[in-house]
Design a protein around this ligand. Structure first.
Ligand SMILES: [Zn+2]
Length: 96
């Protein structure tokens, strides 16, 4: 049975109502997850690790880049600051 590793849970600050959070707190930045095969997972699929066949091993804030799609359900995961290739403005606030 697939599991969510404790390291992953710790990385994103713990579970919310038994699920992995969709956003980092504080800040509200979008989070993405990786399974043991390096596939990107959305929060829902990563949280349903018992039904999904591969362990959820990592989670992190998706800071910048084009939207990624979940490798399991195809849901889009937007980055916190969007795609730098796609946006020439609003860059002064991108890095803190
Ligand atoms: Zn998904």
């Amino acid at each position: 049975m697939a599991v969510i590793t404790q390291r992953c849970i710790n990385r994103v600050g713990g579970l919310v109502d038994g699920k992995l959070p969709a956003f980092a707190w504080p800040g509200g930045y979008p989070l993405y997850y990786l399974d043991a095969e390096d596939a990107v997972l959305c929060r829902e699929c990563a949280s349903r690790a018992n039904e999904y066949s591969v362990d959820t091993v990592a989670g992190d804030v998706y800071w910048e880049g084009p939207p990624m799609s979940c490798g399991h359900c195809g849901k889009e995961i937007e980055s916190a600051y969007g795609d730098p290739e796609d946006d020439e403005e609003d860059h002064d606030n991108a890095k803190v």
